[in-house]
Design a protein around this ligand. Structure first.
Ligand code: CMP
Length: 140
């Protein structure tokens, strides 16, 4: 059964370029409620752990360097069908393939520097949310 929460990060290049507010606006405009949010820097170890599923991919080292290279904004978001609808809202991994109106079409630079992360399943949304937030940091 689909849950109503997903996890996202606004990635370092989007934060550095000043897109945080515009991206949050798009997220709220799409009907999501923010249940938890923080600005934080990831160490290389944390970035490596978060993306451990990609450890065998050729871009893993680049991904870890990039994600630990500047602050990110982590959020837990709530809405019906949260995970699937959020994947639609952010668009394809490669911004060149992202649909008009999506966050990545508007703000991503490349496949690697693609502005936002969105969980790909309910299970991963729960794991990724717990990676960044304690229960006390999540509003009811
Ligand atoms: P994200 O949705 O956060 O999940 C995995 C990340 O790996 C992805 O976004 C991209 O930032 C990155 N990624 C995926 N494919 C590539 C690629 N071909 N080259 C570089 N980075 C990639």
């Amino acid at each position: 059964m689909a849950t109503n929460r997903t996890f996202t990060m606004i990635k370092p290049e989007a934060v550095a370029k000043g897109y945080t507010g515009k991206i949050i606006d798009m997220i709220i405009g799409a009907g999501y409620q923010i249940k938890a949010m923080k600005l934080k820097s990831l160490s290389k170890t944390e970035a490596g752990e978060f993306y451990a599923v990609h450890a065998e991919r050729p871009f893993y080292g680049e991904l870890v360097d990039y994600m630990s290279g500047g602050p990110i904004v982590a959020m837990i978001l709530e809405k019906d069908n949260a995970v699937e609808d959020f994947r639609t809202l952010i668009g394809a991994t490669d911004p060149a393939e992202a649909a008009e109106g999506t966050i990545r079409k508007a703000y991503a630079t490349s496949k690697g520097e693609n502005a936002v992360h969105g969980s790909d399943s309910d299970e991963n949304a729960a794991i990724e949310s717990a990676f960044h937030f304690s229960a006390e940091e999540i509003v009811g």
